[in-house]
Design a protein around this ligand. Structure first.
Ligand SMILES: [Zn+2]
Length: 307
């Protein structure tokens, strides 16, 4: 089955379109700014476009004012995006429409299994397909899962090399809509990337394991796969990924050039010392001109030693 393509875009647009897609669950911390900078540089170094998407579907986790804070931070750092900001929450009808189509085709089915049931039924992360062959639709709250098959999903990550994955053996049928009616990240992101014509995804290594599910959905929907580049994640001195959960502090807006200089160092771009005091805009110009993603090949994590 095919997911209707937008008609207003010329086919075969050769230009790079990248994106940054933060969740409004708190202010940007160093780790998220690192990924933003990498995707910005990758797009801009190819005269490409760089889009901004707010991943605001998980409403219980959203924090009031976080989106504004994120936009202000990106602006303060000179990471200026193209086009209007894309909010996932404004596309829920689109996601639900595609889910209904897949459900009618028998590729998506309701699942009433609780975490508890699954834990007692083997206790692995692979969904054992309990609800796959249910006949009558359930009259209780349920998640929706997409059926996977035995195909092998393989893709060439631009930094991490050839990734090959069998969903049937490693994940089982996975959730596309949660029991609380929230569209799963895996699903929304595939539709969003298509609607925004994103063709080059640069994001953190921690999302590498999710990529095969997204490629599988692209295949089901007849969408073309973007290129993927999974950059290392920033970890603290203990080796833990910086995240809102680990109380990573918001980046300091008062000295953007200092932060960008450090982030470029963490991206292994070796910015010249004489640029250490340069305005953020000059640093970014230098970085766009000299961007070399290959320096990050096979890197999974970079340790931050400041702030
Ligand atoms: Zn189930």
């Amino acid at each position: 089955m095919k997911f209707a393509k937008n008609k207003w875009v010329e086919p075969g647009n050769p230009h790079t379109i990248g994106r940054f897609a933060p969740s409004p669950t708190g202010p940007l911390h160093l780790g998220s700014l690192y990924t933003a900078l990498a995707s910005f540089l990758q797009a801009r170094s190819q005269q490409g476009r760089w889009l901004l998407r707010i991943d605001d579907l998980d409403t219980p986790r959203n924090i009031k004012g976080a989106t504004d804070a994120i936009l202000k931070t990106l602006e303060a750092f000179g990471l200026l995006w193209d086009d209007e900001v894309y909010y996932q929450s404004r596309h829920i009808d689109v996601y639900n429409g595609v889910i209904s189509d897949l459900q009618r085709s028998g590729l998506i089915y309701p699942c009433t299994c609780s975490r508890k049931t699954l834990a007692t039924d083997g206790g692995t992360d692979i969904y054992p397909g309990i609800c796959r062959d249910r006949q009558a639709p359930p009259d209780e709250p349920h998640a929706l899962r997409v059926k996977v098959d035995n195909r092998s999903i393989a893709f060439q990550d631009e930094l991490q090399g050839l990734i090959s994955h069998k969903l049937a053996e490693q994940d089982g049928d996975f959730i596309v809509k949660r029991k609380d009616n929230i569209i799963a990240y895996q699903f929304a992101v595939v539709i969003d990337d298509d609607l925004q014509h994103v063709n080059h995804i640069v994001r953190g290594y921690d999302l590498l394991d999710e990529t095969p599910k997204q490629i599988y959905l692209q295949q089901l929907l007849g969408l073309s796969a973007p290129r993927y580049m999974h950059v290392p994640v920033i970890v603290d001195e203990q080796g833990y990924k910086l995240s809102k959960q680990t109380q990573a502090t918001a980046v300091d807006l008062k000295a953007p050039q200092r932060v960008i200089f450090e982030l470029l160092r963490l991206l292994k771009q070796n910015p010249p010392v004489e640029l250490q005091q340069a305005p953020a805009a000059d640093l970014l110009d230098w970085a766009i001109e000299h961007w070399n993603a290959d320096l990050l090949k096979n890197a999974h994590a970079m340790s931050a030693d400041f702030g």
